[in-house]
Design a protein around this ligand. Structure first.
Ligand code: ATP
Length: 584
C-alpha cells in the first residue's frame, strides 16, 4: 500500500467521489440482501397456504422495486468509482509524461523507448484496475460476505451457517498461495510485453536500415522469439489463473452442497422453515460472487502494486541536470563563450571524451570544429546546452558559469541543429515554429525558410508549408530535413547557433548560400559549426581540430593549412576528391 503514496494528491482531490461510489455500492449490496428475505416470506406463506393474490402482487412489486434500485445504484457506483478510476488513469499518465519530460538525456540513453511505452500503457492500466474495479470488489467482498453471513445466522442458525461456511478458510489459504504465484508471473508478463514493444518500436524506427541490409528474415525471427516469449509468459500466467478460478468455484459449490444437504435435513427435522431453506440457498448464491471477488481482488491488487512499483521507480528518478538554487534569468545571451580546462567523461565511462579543453569565442564570431569521428565534437556542444554537466573545469557564457544560468534562459537562447535532424509528424510550418507556444506569423516562417534555403523547395509542394511530414519527416529528402532543422533553430534568432554537421546532406553551392545568409543574421551573435567538410568551416574566425578528445591544432584556415598537420591532410584529401569529382 506504501506504493500508492505517490497518488496521495489525487486521493485527496477525489475522496468524495470515491466515498459516494462506495456508498452507492453499499446501498446496492443491501438491496441485494433484501431479495432472499422476500423469497423467504413468499415461500413461508405458500407453505402455510396463506399467500393471497394481493400478497403476490405486493411481493412482486417489492422485488421489482429492489431490482430497480439495484440497477440505478449500479449505474451510480459505476459512474463514481469506475469514472474516478478513469480520471486516475488520465492523472497518472499526465504525471508520468510530465515527469519523463524533466529527466535528463542520460536517462533516455539508459532506458528503451518500448519499455517506457509499456509503463505508460500496461502499468497505468493495472493501477487503474486496482483503484477502480479493485475497490468495488474489495468493498463487495468485505461487505457482502459479512452482511450475508449475518443474515444467514439470523435466518437459520449459527451451526448451519458455520457448516455451510466451512470451506471458506480453505479458500482464503488457496487465494494466498495462488496470489503469490500470480504476482510473480504477472511481472514476467509485463517484462515480456515491454521487450516485445521495444522490439516493434525499434524495428519500425529502423525499417529503412533493415530493408537496405536485407535483414527482414532475421528481424522476423527475432520478433517471433520475442513474441513467443511473451506468449509463453502469458500461458504460464493463464495456467495458474486457469486453475485458480475453477478451484474457487468448486469450493463455493461445496458450500451449496452443504446447504442443500444440511439445510434439507433441517427442514425435514422442522428446525427451519422451507422459506428459510430457500433464503439460505439465495444467500449462498449471493456469497459466490464476493468469494470469487476475493480471488480477483488479490490478483488485481497484486498487479496494481507491481505496476505502481515500476511507475514509482520512474517517479523516484531525479533529473541529473537541474537549475542552481537561484539561477540567473537573463533576457538574452550575447554569445561570449569560454571553456576553461574542461575535461569530461560520459556517465559510466572510464575514458575521457574531452581532455583539457580551453576555448574563447567572442560574440559575433564563428567557431568551427573539425576532427575524426568520435573525436569529441558533438560532446563539446552537448556540454554547452547542458545535456551533461562537467566535473572538471568550467564553461562560461557571457561571463557567467553555465551552471548558474537558468536552463530555460540557456536553452531558449541557443539554436541547436543536431546531427540527426529529427522532425515531428506535423506540418512543415509547425516544425519550423516548434519553439513557440503560440502560432507565429507565416512571414517569420517564410523568412526563416529563405535563410535556410528551404523556401524554394517547400513552395513546390502542393500543400506548401502545410505539408504534413510522415514519421521522422520521410516525405523530405535528407538535405531538406537538415534545412528544416536549421530554419527551426534560426527562427528564434538565438544568441548562440550550433550546427552539428548540419550541412552534410546539402550540396556545396546551397551550403555556400546558407552560410552567407547566416553570416548576415549572426553578425552580433555566436555560431559554432561542426563539420567534416573544409568548405563549410574555412571562413570561421577560429577553427579547432579535435583528436581523441584533445585540441591538437587551432587557428584560421590559412594558419592550419600552413601547419601541415591533420587539418592540412583533410584539406588536401578533400581538394583531391573535388578534382576527381570534377573530372567525372
Ligand atoms: N552517451 C554516451 N555515453 C558514453 N560515451 C559516449 C556517449 N556519446 C558519445 N560517447 C563517446 O564519446 C566520444 C566522442 O563522441 P562524439 O559524439 O562527441 O564524437 P564526434 O566527434 O561528434 O563524432 P562524429 O563526427 O562521428 O559525430 C566517442 O568515443 C563516443 O563513443
Amino acid at each position: 500500500m506504501q506504493n500508492f503514496k505517490t497518488l496521495k494528491e489525487f486521493f485527496i482531490q477525489y475522496k468524495w467521489k470515491y466515498a459516494l461510489g462506495v456508498l452507492w455500492l453499499l446501498i446496492v449490496d443491501l438491496a441485494q440482501l433484501l431479495v432472499p428475505q422476500i423469497l423467504r416470506t413468499i415461500t413461508n406463506l405458500l407453505e402455510a397456504g396463506e399467500l393471497t393474490n394481493q400478497d403476490l402482487v405486493k411481493y412482486c412489486f417489492y422485488m421489482i422495486m429492489a431490482g430497480l434500485f439495484i440497477g440505478v445504484g449500479r449505474y451510480f457506483w459505476r459512474i463514481y468509482i469506475n469514472g474516478t478510476s478513469r480520471q486516475l488513469e488520465y492523472y497518472l499518465r499526465n504525471k508520468l509524461f510530465n515527469h519523463l519530460q524533466t529527466l535528463s538525456t542520460n536517462y533516455f540513453n539508459k532506458h528503451k523507448t518500448g519499455d517506457l511505452m509499456a509503463h505508460a500503457t500496461n502499468d497505468v492500466n493495472a493501477v487503474r484496475m486496482a483503484l477502480g474495479p479493485g475497490i468495488v470488489m474489495l468493498t463487495d467482498a468485505f461487505f457482502i460476505t459479512l452482511s450475508t453471513i449475518y443474515a444467514m445466522i439470523r435466518t437459520a442458525n449459527l451451526r448451519l451457517t458455520l457448516i455451510a461456511l466451512l470451506p471458506l478458510p480453505f479458500l482464503a489459504f488457496m487465494v494466498m498461495k495462488f496470489g503469490k504465484m500470480i504476482h510473480g508471473r504477472f511481472k514476467n508478463v509485463q517484462d515480456a510485453f515491454s521487450k516485445l514493444t521495444d522490439k516493434v518500436q525499434e524495428n519500425f524506427a529502423g525499417v529503412r536500415v533493415i530493408k537496405s541490409f536485407v535483414q527482414e528474415e532475421k528481424e522476423i525471427g527475432k520478433f517471433t522469439d520475442s513474441n513467443q516469449h511473451n506468449f509463453k509468459m502469458n500461458i504460464d500466467l493463464i495456467k495458474v489463473w486457469g486453475a485458480f478460478s475453477p478451484l474457487i468455484q468448486f469450493i463455493s459449490a461445496i458450500s451449496f452442497l452443504i446447504v442443500i444437504w444440511y439445510g434439507g435435513m433441517a427442514v425435514i427435522n422442522n428446525e427451519i422453515s422451507l422459506g428459510d431453506f430457500i433464503a439460505l440457498n439465495s444467500y449462498i448464491a449471493l456469497l459466490v460472487w464476493p468469494i470469487m471477488a476475493i480471488g480477483w481482488v488479490i490478483n488485481i491488487f497484486q498487479r496494481g502494486i507491481a505496476s505502481m512499483e515500476r511507475l514509482n521507480s520512474i517517479f523516484n528518478e531525479k533529473p541529473e541536470i537541474v537549475d542552481a538554487e537561484n539561477p540567473l534569468e537573463l533576457d538574452n545571451i550575447n554569445g561570449d563563450i569560454e571553456y576553461k580546462n574542461v575535461s569530461f567523461k560520459y556517465p559510466g565511462s572510464s575514458n575521457y571524451a574531452l581532455k583539457n579543453i580551453s576555448i574563447k569565442v567572442k560574440s559575433g564570431n564563428t567557431l568551427a570544429i573539425i576532427g575524426r569521428t568520435g573525436s569529441g565534437k558533438t560532446t563539446l556542444v552537448n556540454l554547452l546546452i547542458r545535456l551533461y554537466d562537467i566535473d572538471e573545469g568550467s564553461i562560461l557564457v557571457d561571463g557567467n558559469d553555465l551552471k548558474n544560468i537558468s536552463l530555460i534562459t540557456l536553452r531558449e537562447n541557443i539554436g541547436y541543429v543536431p546531427q540527426e535532424s529529427f522532425l515531428f509528424s506535423t506540418s512543415i510550418s509547425e516544425n519550423i515554429g516548434f519553439s513557440f507556444e503560440e502560432e507565429i506569423d507565416e512571414e517569420r516562417i517564410i523568412k526563416a525558410s529563405r535563410l535556410s534555403e528551404l523556401y524554394n523547395n517547400v513552395v513546390e509542394f502542393p500543400q506548401g508549408f502545410n505539408t504534413i511530414l510522415g514519421e521522422r519527416g520521410v516525405t523530405l529528402s535528407g538535405g531538406q530535413k537538415q534545412r528544416t532543422s536549421i530554419a527551426r533553430a534560426i527562427i528564434k534568432y538565438p544568441g548562440i547557433l550550433i550546427l552539428d554537421d548540419s550541412l552534410s546532406a546539402v550540396d556545396t553551392q546551397t551550403e555556400e548560400r546558407i552560410l552567407e545568409n547566416l553570416r548576415e543574421i549572426m553578425k552580433s551573435r555566436t555560431t559554432i559549426i561542426i563539420s567534416h567538410r573544409i568548405s563549410t568551416i574555412k571562413n570561421a574566425d577560429e577553427i579547432i581540430v579535435l583528436d581523441n578528445g584533445e585540441i591538437v591544432e587551432r587557428g584560421k584556415h590559412e594558419v592550419l593549412v600552413g601547419l601541415g598537420g591533420i587539418y592540412k591532410n583533410i584539406y588536401e584529401k578533400q581538394l583531391l576528391e573535388d578534382k576527381i569529382q570534377n573530372l567525372l
